[in-house]
Design a protein around this ligand. Sequence first.
Ligand code: G4P
Length: 536
Amino acid sequence: MSVDTASATKQESEVVREASRRRTFAVISHPDAGKSTLTEALALHAAAISSAGAVHGKGDRRGVTSDWMEMEQDRGISITSAALRIDYADRVLNLVDTPGHADFSEDTYRVLSAVDCAIMLLDSAKGLEPQTLKLFDVCRARKMPVITFVNKWDRPGREPLELLDEIEQRIGLRPTPLNWPVGIAGDFRGLIDRGSGTYTKMTRTPGGAKKAVEEVLSADEAAKAEGSVWEEAGEEIELLEALGADFDHDSFMAGESSPVLFGAALPNFGVGQLLEAVVGLAPPPAPKPDAQGRPRPVEKPFSGQVFKMQANMDKNHRDRMAFVRISSGRFDRGMVLTHAETGRPFATKYTQAVFGSDRSTIETAYPGDVIALVNAQALAVGDTLYDGPKVVFPPIPSFAPEHFVVARAVDAGKYKQFQRGIAQLDAEGVVQVLTSDVRGEQAPVLAAVGPLQFDVVRHRMEHEFRSPIETSPLDYSVARRTDTESAPALHALSGAEVLKRRNDGELLVLVHNKWRLRVIERDHPELFMEPLLAGG
Ligand code: G4P
């Protein structure tokens, strides 16, 4: 064996070993379910930080997500996402943050293309809420394994069996509880681990600023300490056993069943069990299929895909960052990669690990890790970077827009800036840009999954591209893909309009609403219309 081959083999085995330590996941939830609190609690439990509140929070606490836009601060929401690295039990957990606002943006969905597992976080009093449902649809389309955490058990909420039933009935995901609460929501005493039968009694610490005091009790001790609620929990567990609601690895990996854990993030109840579940059950990075559908083994030379672009995170540097999820190989800062879409070299001298608003320079990273490349003007969402022989990953699917506006430059003299800005925002995937001969280039239609995306466009057009725009909403809420044969007939119908998506040339028909769509489908079955699928 030559020296080169020997060192390549050594690096391959290092990459395999490091990849197998990674668990890359996101939390999907509705605003206020407790995502920030849980993130903080996970980091706390993993001893990544010394006290809750230092990592992710609101108000006077320092936020993980950056404050890259004043607008974001004004509204108290986070538009950007970041990745949080948690070292725990010889594993590296990469928690990729999904934006926490009530609005739906494509950004949120794209994050899910960069993770291998999701934690579905539910508020015990509210169960499945709209944003969780939407995000879950993306997980389902990608057949992604989902771990469920029922949060806020320290507060009055619903019956645990009722919540399980809701999960099964509404989203068809078979719940398999890993632990079971003793005491109803609001009178939370502790958790029974269904695997080992161990009962852990929990006592809240003042303010929840430290880990909850946990005490393992024998069955006799527990019966004495908890009385009737202990018996009730035992009966419910017997019922679960009779129903066969036991963890099943294959159906979990196929996204058909979901291990469920109960707890409360704020006082740190059950957070340790959740962490153990992520470490034990979430899959390590798997070979990612390339555009030809060939899975690329993790030990191959470096490859990764841009899943998010972000501008102006740092007001002092008008930079553009590309967030890349690594699929294969080892990343060393300074490597010169190839940008698959243009064939051009991409230097990675300035690379950062993203830990909330702290940016630290990263030297080495492995499959499953997220790196942020600075000065990434040439890159766009979905692009591939690689080292060695060429590889291209399939595009990240774009999602069905539901909001449409016409954009015009306020000052016609700034048309050049207007065009440049719109083209840039299109490339970044901030919105989808649609045009047609009828409307002309001066008045493109912007399409978004959530209206907040338009606020981002207006803000950036004014402050970054120096071309303020005015937008007027269009009365459409549904988009379908169509083709050149059907386009003229569809365009001629009332309540419908055909436009071309600029970034891929796809023809989209916009329809007033879904009832109008149904009428068109019924009256014109010969016309081609296809849903724009979420996920993929
Ligand atoms: P989000 O990121 O999903 O939007 O939720 P966040 O963590 O901000 O939590 C929303 C609210 O729910 C917060 O209260 C938080 O303290 C509370 N919360 C989260 N987990 C638990 C839990 O396990 N038990 C209880 N009782 N409350 C929980 P807030 O009053 O809106 O905000 P704050 O002023 O306390 O930060």
